[in-house]
Design a binder for this molecule. Structure first.
Ligand SMILES: *Cc1c(COP(=O)(O)O)cnc(C)c1O
Length: 327
């Protein structure tokens, strides 16, 4: 039913597919005074879609190079990363293990059901144990054998993942239909944003935090960005609410922390109303966790006239549409 678009595990083949991802003009009453385009990375591939595909690319290549027998990773019951990893494992013939937060429910979420169907082995662990997922001996503590496997952290947030974000930045640099003033993307861990910012130049990058992250997104952004750029980031500042920023290299970056709408996965009436009216007006499908908050943030900034009139803005549709089933 779904043709596979990403059919080779190879940077050039992937880049070719990424260069074909369509851009579309978004004419909407929600974006007064600015010109908005959308890059449809949700259409990259029917199953391995959005930013998770970019973040998996270099992780999968590494797994193949190392001859890893399995990829082990973790996430919650609606994780786009788990879903994409399971699909990629099936496509590229790598076994996958998904460590899932919480007890196995009597009825699996559609995301988890898909993942099992793709061949992923699911391992459910208690929430207290799950909290230790960033500790070095996490797998040993939960008695999952690592041996000849590679472990990808939650959300695909490691340096290989950030390199995928950088590839996305380069692809945008090459394929942009006009010269954009700003490129906007939703941030969970901020690893896509860090990569994107390091792959772009001559344009501002704006990240919209979808969770109450405190300074953590800014801190990891800085760490990853430095790892990639090999240079210091003193001018970077974490900002709240409006549209300020710091400048790094050729790319000004701004992290907006005022649009999480109550926290990760929270979907209050105001956001829901925006989401419904926006989809009704434009026919563009959004997911409730990431892209609806991204679009909502841009709409608020436009409405409050925080953006220069006539600005050309690119929104990255980072996918996540499978998650709509959970709402
Ligand atoms: C995971 C995800 C993000 C956030 O990516 P990070 O690299 O963790 O910041 C954004 N959008 C969608 C649709 C996602 O699934």
């Amino acid at each position: 039913m779904f043709p596979s678009v990403l059919d080779k595990l190879d940077v050039n083949a992937f880049t070719k597919v990424a260069l074909r991802v369509p851009y579309q003009r978004v004419n909407s009453r929600f974006f007064p005074g600015i010109h908005v385009w959308l890059r449809r990375d949700d259409l990259l591939d029917p199953l391995i879609s959005g930013n998770k595909a970019y973040k998996l690319l270099f992780n999968l290549i590494e797994a193949k190079q190392k001859g890893a027998e399995a990829i082990i990773t973790c996430g919650g019951a609606w994780s786009n990363h788990i879903h994409a990893t399971a699909a990629a494992g099936a496509r590229f013939n790598v076994s996958t293990v998904g460590i899932i937060r919480g007890e196995r429910p009597p009825v699996l979420s559609s995301m988890l059901r898909d993942s099992e169907r793709y061949g992923m082995r699911l391992a459910f662990i208690a929430r207290e144990e799950y909290r230790r997922r960033s500790e070095p001996d996490f797998l040993k503590k939960i008695s999952i054998e690592k041996n000849n496997s590679i472990f990808i952290p939650e959300g695909g947030a490691n340096i290989a993942g950030v390199r995928g974000g950088r590839l996305l930045g380069r692809v945008i640099g090459e394929s942009a239909p006009v010269k954009f003033d700003q490129v906007w993307v939703a941030c969970g861990t901020g690893s896509t944003f860090a990569g994107l910012a390091s792959g772009l130049s001559g344009v501002s990058c704006v990240g919209v935090e979808v969770l109450k992250a405190g300074a953590s997104v800014a801190v990891s952004f800085k760490k990853w960005f430095e790892l990639l750029k090999g240079e210091s980031l003193d001018s970077f500042e974490h900002v709240s609410g409006g549209v300020p920023g710091g400048s790094i290299g050729g790319c000004r970056t701004e992290l907006l922390s005022g649009f999480h709408c109550g926290g990760y996965g929270k979907y209050p009436d105001r956001l829901q109303e925006f989401h419904d009216s926006f989809e009704g007006e434009t026919g563009i499908p959004l997911d409730p966790v990431y892209t609806s908050k991204l679009f909502f943030a841009l709409s608020e900034c436009a409405r409050q006239e925080w953006l220069r009139k006539g600005s050309k803005i690119l929104l990255v549709h980072s996918g996540g549409l499978q998650g709509r089933r959970g709402f």
